[in-house]
Design a protein around this ligand. Structure first.
Ligand SMILES: *[C@@H]1O[C@H](CO)[C@@H](O)[C@H](O)[C@H]1NC(C)=O
Ligand SMILES: [Zn+2]
Ligand SMILES: [Zn+2]
Length: 98
């Protein structure tokens, strides 16, 4: 999260839980399952392997934004399949065009 903030990621607490303290909202965004899954993939998979995550619900706007930045800082290709479509992240952009 520190590395993507350095290149311009701004947490959007509109997507955090509503029933937590204001100062906890940013932290609660960091443990969204798709962010954890992506970071786990970066840690565990060989660099040439594309990261694929699947989610039964629609990916949240903050995770979508963060994943664009993660694809940029890590140089990894990341594909996220949510309930609506595939999102192919590479070099800071998503194939869905936001
Ligand atoms: C958060 O939600 C408010 C109210 O709907 C909206 O005005 C604002 O633009 C949103 N912030 C971001 C960063 O999307
Ligand atoms: Zn999220
Ligand atoms: Zn997308």
């Amino acid at each position: 999260m520190k590395r993507i903030k350095e290149i311009g990621y701004v947490p959007n607490i509109n997507f955090s839980l509503h029933d937590v303290e204001e100062e906890s909202k940013e932290l609660s965004l960091y443990v969204h399952s798709e962010k954890l899954a992506i970071v786990f993939g970066i840690l565990k998979l060989d660099p040439e392997i594309e990261i694929l995550i699947q989610k039964n619900l629609r990916v949240c706007g903050d995770c979508h934004e963060a994943t664009k930045f993660i694809s940029k800082v890590s140089g990894r290709k990341i594909t996220a399949r949510d309930s609506h479509r595939f999102h192919h992240f590479t070099g800071g952009f998503c194939s869905c065009g936001d």
